[in-house]
Design a protein around this ligand. Structure first.
Ligand code: SF4
Length: 425
């Protein structure tokens, strides 16, 4: 069968899509980028915001309209939270079963396996699709109940993948040419809570039992990290970059969000990281306009963001999610105020990014070259440094650099401000 897979939302959804791609290929099915010519369409939906739900519905409708004869399978948070909305869908796979999606779909939709057509293990669709960093699902679910969060409702309790399975997947990807993996989950700090292990132990095991040159951590909630966590970064294969969602800089808002980390705890965590590695990169999520957010609370957030000096900000406007406590809270902030605050934060974020880029000029760092950034004239290749700086590397025309780790010198800020110009050493 020709199978079209599409995902919305988080890196975890991406990681699941990668696993399904390999699963279907191993059964001899062919992947297609073309929705209209597929025999089977699989959608991994998202419900993190009202906008994400709207996009999930739109994607499902488009699949039904553009390819009515194809079988349609929908999984993910939107389908798990709102399975009633299933008209025209052949099969809904709930989040709790999505790790067995390939088997469930094969059985329930009677897919005919053709092992003789199967791709070799390690033959990597990721690189074939121009992607160099592989997202690896290490756990699912979360025991916490932040009052704005619908993910914890859609994905259920914490479940960790056995370390041996994760090691095997990383080694298979590395054999297939992948040089960087990103460990992802819903609450990866909770890894091992259901099996007497921990994220610390998992990372140690990955460093011992794999040779892959670059391991990056996906989003990590700023708690549940052991004291000695930072010592792991002495191994330079573990990228000195953490995405630590702060959400708000005001303790009164953090309390209404039921976050397990105060503004002081957060600052101390970042200081610990920077003591370990001066060039440690910290990025974050900030939620704008949480119910009841006063001007004073907002100013506290701006002040803390500036004080910490994040390298990059992901800015989200709060949107009430059905079933969450925050949706019932008084003092919902109006869109105009949310917009104004988001714009102010975006401007601050750009400023801080520039300061951080400036501080790294002159450094000589290894970059995983991902793709060619231009077609005309001297070649310009895009990629990331270990501390997650986006760079454009100038290289002689005709040199093939895709998916290589090369040493570069960071020379100058780009005019656009979104990357640094670097020279191949
Ligand atoms: S810790 Fe993260 S995933 Fe868990 S409830 Fe809070 S925001 Fe949601």
């Amino acid at each position: 069968m020709r199978i079209h897979l599409k995902t919305l939302g988080c890196r975890l959804n991406e990681a699941e899509l990668e696993t399904w791609s390999r699963g279907f290929q191993a059964l001899g099915h062919e992947l297609t980028q073309e929705l209209n010519s597929a025999d089977l369409v699989v959608v991994n939906s998202c419900a993190v915001t009202g906008e994400a739900v709207r996009k999930s519905r739109k994607l499902i409708r488009r699949a039904q309209r553009n390819n009515p004869t194809a079988k349609l399978v929908v999984s993910g948070c939107y389908a798990s939270l709102d399975p009633a909305d299933s008209s025209g869908i052949d099969l809904i796979v709930n989040n709790r079963d999505k790790d067995q999606l390939v088997e469930i779909v094969s059985k329930q939709l009677n897919l005919h396996a053709m092992p003789e057509m199967a791709t070799e293990p390690g033959e990597n669709s990721l690189l074939a699709r121009g992607r160099q960093r592989a997202f690896i699902k290490v756990q699912d679910g979360c025991r916490y109940r932040c009052t704005f969060c619908v993910v914890t409702l859609a994905r259920g309790e914490e479940r960790s993948r056995p370390a041996a399975e994760i090691i095997n997947e990383i080694n298979l990807l590395h054999t297939g040419g992948v040089l960087e993996v990103v460990l992802t989950g819903v609450h990866i700090g909770g890894y091992g809570s259901d099996m007497g292990s921990s994220l610390f132990q998992l990372i140690q095991t990955i460093l011992e039992k794999t040779q892959i040159p670059r391991i990056r951590l996906g989003s990590v909630e700023p708690w549940d990290l052991p004291e000695n966590f930072w010592s792991l970064f002495e191994n330079r294969r573990l990228m000195p970059h953490l995405h630590l969602p702060l959400q708000s800089g005001a303790d009164s808002v953090l309390h209404r969000m039921a976050r397990r980390c105060s503004s002081t705890d957060f600052q101390q965590l970042v200081e610990q990281a920077r003591q370990q590695l001066p060039d440690f990169c910290v990025t974050t999520d900030i939620m704008v306009g949480f119910p009841g957010e006063t001007e004073d609370e907002w100013q506290q957030t701006l002040a803390l963001v500036e004080q910490i000096g994040f390298s990059h900000l992901h800015i989200f406007s709060y949107s009430p999610r059905p079933g969450t406590k925050a949706a019932e809270l008084p003092g919902q902030v109006n869109r105009a105020v949310q917009k104004e605050r988001s714009q102010a934060l975006y401007a601050l974020g750009q400023q801080l990014k520039r300061v951080n880029q400036q501080a790294n000029l002159g450094a000589e760092l290894p970059v995983l070259i991902e793709s060619k950034a231009n077609t005309e004239g001297a070649a310009l290749w895009g990629g990331y440094t270990p501390n997650f700086l986006r760079v454009a590397v100038q290289a002689p025309a005709g040199l093939a650099l895709e998916n290589q780790i090369r040493q570069v010198r960071l020379d100058a800020l780009s005019e656009a401000g979104d990357h640094i110009l670097a020279t191949l050493l």
